[in-house]
Design a protein. Structure first.
Length: 298
């Protein structure tokens, strides 16, 4: 009679243990303190712009103190007063609403239009691609500031003029970025498989290609928004932006440049706000691109 088989004890040398997948700890990326500061600053600016009418501040056009006086203990005088006695803090808060609205609406509109044209040009190609690229190259041939100044000189300075001009300036970069990514994704295996299964070209472009080109396009949005805030400030500084008395950050710099030696804070404070906002947008844009753009991970 044969002896009973010895029980198999699973250990390090058994096949099951050898073929088991190793436990890999999840890699946690440390968030940069600079990123958190950037997000906090942008959140503060957006909240102040959204609830500016509810804040206990004097109106942006109402004199609330002595002209060109420094900071005081009151809320209206926390950042001092301009050459007409208006609160610099109040004008900065209301100016953030104007600058952010112009930049956000222009950049989002340009992203939607540019992505649509870039998708059509990159997927359908042929004469459609040629026409779209001719139009984008024609817009890129004009220097952006010259084009904006020409539109502002022909049309009456207003929100509409700024929105139209800034949108036209940034549509070509979005279109070229979307087209380049469409050309890269339209030859992938899943697109060819959908074509062989009989799916229509429009359905493939919208359902298969568009979701893959959106991450790099959206990641480019904060950078464009930062550039448009600077462009709006430049036009307002030249007197061709948002008309007075509506405040904007560039208009505040233009109003304070004549008192630069007597009251430098009238120029330095709005310039510092623009710098911090643009810097924060660029930091958030770089972080978002690293998280969603597949080309960075590949």
């Amino acid at each position: 009679m044969s002896a009973p088989a010895a029980p198999v004890i699973k250990g390090k040398d058994t096949p099951d243990a050898a073929t088991a997948l190793p436990a890999v700890p999840k890699v946690r990326r440390r968030r940069s303190p600079l990123l958190w500061l950037s997000v906090s600053w942008l959140a503060l600016v957006v909240l102040l712009a959204a609830f500016s009418a509810l804040l206990p501040l004097a109106g942006y056009g109402v004199p609330a103190g002595f002209p060109r006086s420094g900071p005081t203990l009151s809320l209206d005088g926390l950042l001092g007063f301009d050459h007409l006695g208006r609160s610099v803090l109040s004008r900065a808060v209301y100016g953030s609403r104007a600058s952010l609205i112009v930049g956000a609406v222009s950049s989002v509109t340009a992203m939607v239009v540019g992505t649509l044209f870039g998708l059509i040009a990159g997927y359908f190609r042929g004469w459609v691609d040629a026409v779209v690229m001719y139009l984008t190259d024609a817009l890129l041939a004009f220097p952006p500031l010259v084009l904006l100044l020409a539109l502002a000189s022909v049309l009456r300075p207003s929100y509409t003029t700024l929105l139209v001009g800034l949108t036209l300036v940034v549509i070509p970069p979005f279109a070229r970025l979307a087209r380049a990514n469409t050309l890269a994704w339209s030859n992938r295996e899943f697109v060819l498989a959908a074509t062989n299964m009989g799916a229509g070209r429009l359905r493939i472009a919208v359902r298969e290609v568009l979701p893959n080109i959106l991450p790099p396009v959206v990641a480019y949005l904060p950078t464009v928004l930062a550039a448009l805030i600077v462009a709006e400030g430049s036009l307002s500084f030249l007197g061709m932006g948002i008309p007075s008395p509506t405040p904007s950050w560039g208009g505040m710099i233009a109003d304070g440049r004549t008192q630069l030696y007597e009251a430098p804070q009238l120029v330095l404070l709005p310039a510092l706000i623009i710098f911090l906002t643009v810097f924060a947008l660029n930091q958030c844009g770089d972080h978002f691109r690293e998280r969603v753009d597949r080309a960075v991970h590949d």
